[in-house]
Design a binder for this molecule. Structure first.
Ligand code: FES
Length: 104
């Protein structure tokens, strides 16, 4: 299984993904520049990504906690998500996300 991550220079990376892993962990374990400072407990917003339009509707909705954290993030768009709040499963085979700019 895999996901596709586009880094801040526009370079695409195809990353191996395992069921049940957080998207943030998959990105971090492949040594792409994502901080994930809080370790995935939805309290830092340094795992911010933009989800490709084709995928937005296929992801589970944001929980309130994620919404609140995104309120404080930098460069938030309609397709913003915290990647630690998305667990990989086979339904997400080929998921495409873009790393968001690092916060100011
Ligand atoms: Fe901190 Fe996602 S890793 S909110």
């Amino acid at each position: 299984s895999y996901i596709v991550v586009v880094d801040r220079e526009g370079q695409e990376h195809r990353l191996d993904a395992l069921n049940g892993w957080r998207i943030m962990e998959i990105i971090r374990d492949h040594e792409l520049p994502i901080k994930g400072e809080c370790g995935g407990c939805c309290s830092c917003a340094t795992c911010h990504v933009y989800v490709d339009d084709d995928w937005r509707a296929r992801l589970p909705q944001r929980e309130d906690e994620e919404d609140e954290m995104l309120d404080e993030a930098f460069g938030v768009e309609d397709n913003s998500r915290l990647s630690c709040q998305i667990l990989f499963s086979e339904d997400l085979e080929g998921l495409r996300v873009y790393l968001a700019p690092e916060g100011a």
